[in-house]
Design a protein around this ligand. Structure first.
Ligand SMILES: C[C@H](O)[C@H](O)[C@H]1CNC2=NC(N)=NC(=O)C2=N1
Length: 120
């Protein structure tokens, strides 16, 4: 895996934590950690977005998030110094913990209503 670890981070710890997150459904892509969480309602999608946003403010570490009616895709990476850092793995764990508290569903259970942005 050609993965860049942020230079201020403990490389072996980040790699270990990334492996754990991969076992929980996170994908490593272009030096990011990403995962799509599925929810029964849009209200839950918005709640999860808000929960991540509040934690991001307190950690001064921010993700790219793409919301849809039944899902939220979260992408973590560190910009400076670039690569994956402990902050990304901490936030990944935080997302898993809080998505469970809100209540995720399996992808196969989402109600298909079409994307608001065809082609995405
Ligand atoms: C100046 C401020 O501390 C930085 O820009 C913070 C803000 N949020 C951040 N978020 C992420 N994901 N990576 C960063 O390097 C980062 N840096």
């Amino acid at each position: 895996m050609d993965l860049q670890i942020s230079s201020h981070s403990d490389r072996s710890k980040v790699l270990r934590d990334v492996e754990h997150l991969r076992s929980q459904g996170w994908e490593v892509k272009d030096n990011t950690l990403q995962k799509t969480f599925y929810f029964k309602t849009y209200t839950k999608v918005l709640d999860f977005h808000q929960v991540i946003g509040i934690k991001s403010k307190s950690m001064n570490h921010h993700s790219t998030m793409k919301s849809d009616y039944n899902s939220l895709t979260v992408v973590w990476t560190t910009h400076d110094p670039p690569g994956l850092s402990e902050k990304d793995t901490i936030m990944g764990e935080y997302c898993d913990e809080h998505s469970s508290a809100i209540g995720t569903i399996d992808k196969s259970k989402i109600r298909q209503c079409g994307s608001a942005t065809p082609g995405l």
